[in-house]
Write a protein that binds this ligand. Structure first.
Ligand SMILES: C[S@@+](CC[C@H](N)C(=O)[O-])C[C@H]1O[C@@H](n2cnc3c(N)ncnc32)[C@H](O)[C@@H]1O
Length: 305
């Protein structure tokens, strides 16, 4: 597909801009079909309230602000292109319909998957990150394809119809943030929006490898910025907590906490099965290498609806 051909580009709502009300995701698929959204007005307003009604924002709101991209500069489009290679050439190659990038951040995997011809829609809670997706237009022609296709939404209440997607991907440890109930809701939502036969890909930490290799503290200086992190395990080794302090070149300081519940392979399989999803494969990295529980860097789960 010639990505520069305007007639091939999807139509949709524009990227969110500062001051917009929560944008309403009304997408059309690349072939002109419908990727229907339902319940969107209520749920969009509802999910906004989850955040704004809180007196202090939860960690997953504080952590993913606009400086996230500078702090984690290596989590960029170049890395995402590598990360989606095996996914698009193998796991998602037979996908029929639209792919949902659930927790898309600033859309790096959405863009990388679009470059490879997939029809992608993304949602994320972070307005700052969604807004910065525009910056990828300088790096990829495909980024323009994502205009109007990245929306602010809460993964616990996806504003899409049942079975709307041929595949759902949840990449780079974007699960395990929301407490027992919230995590269960988020997983149920991924299952709900998958079409029968659709594919779910979750890219999570491998708990055994994290427990073995946890670095208790680190300090990194880069481009005049200092990033200090303390890490520990809690909850019987099931949760990783990271306290981060960032000092920018102008001396400004910002601290936040990251707190992620890890999932053992068996536990995840059971939860997915209860939602009608069967785990077909588990890889240990983005090359598709077999998952070795003792060694694997990642836990990449491929399940079928
Ligand atoms: C580790 S980042 C990964 C982002 C992206 N997948 C990537 O690889 O660049 C986790 C993402 O989850 C998003 N997130 C956290 N809680 C969320 C929620 N309840 N609903 C939707 N997105 C959420 C954050 O805003 C953040 O962009």
């Amino acid at each position: 597909m010639d990505l520069r051909d305007p007639s091939k580009r999807p139509r949709g709502t524009p990227f969110p801009s500062q001051g917009d009300a929560l944008p309403m995701p009304t997408f059309e698929t690349r072939d002109g079909g419908a990727c229907r959204t339902t319940r969107s007005a209520e749920l969009q307003r509802g999910s906004g309230a989850i955040v704004s009604a809180m007196t202090s924002a939860p960690w997953y709101v504080e952590a993913f602000r606009s400086d996230y991209r500078e702090v984690y500069a290596h989590r960029n489009l170049t890395a995402a292109r590598e990360e989606v290679r095996w996914l698009t050439e193998d796991v998602l190659s037979g996908t029929r319909g639209v792919v949902l990038d659930d927790c898309c951040g600033f859309g790096r995997h959405s863009v990388a998957m679009s470059e490879r011809g997939l029809d992608v829609v993304g949602i994320d809670l972070s307005f700052d990150l969604l807004r910065s997706a525009r910056e990828l237009e300088g790096e990829s022609d495909a980024a323009a394809l994502l205009r109007g296709r990245l929306a602010q939404a809460d993964m616990r209440a996806l504003p899409f119809a049942d079975g709307a997607f041929g595949a759902v991907v949840n990449l780079f440890t974007s699960f395990g943030y929301l407490g027992d109930e919230g995590d269960a809701q988020a997983l149920a939502e991924m299952a709900r929006v998958l079409a029968p036969g659709g594919t779910l890909v979750m890219d999570l930490m491998n708990p055994a490898a994290i427990r073995r290799g946890l670095v208790p503290s680190s300090r990194e200086e880069r481009d005049g910025m200092v990033l200090e992190a303390e890490r520990r395990l809690e909850n019987g080794g099931r949760r990783v907590v990271k306290e981060v302090r960032l000092t920018t070149a102008d001396g400004a300081e910002r601290s936040w906490r990251e707190e992620v519940r890890m999932f053992e392979p068996d536990e995840l399989d059971e939860r997915l099965l209860a939602l009608g999803l069967r785990v077909e494969r588990r890889a240990g990295d983005f090359s598709g290498e077999r998952f070795d529980p003792a060694e694997a860097a990642r836990q990449i789960v491929v399940a079928r609806a």
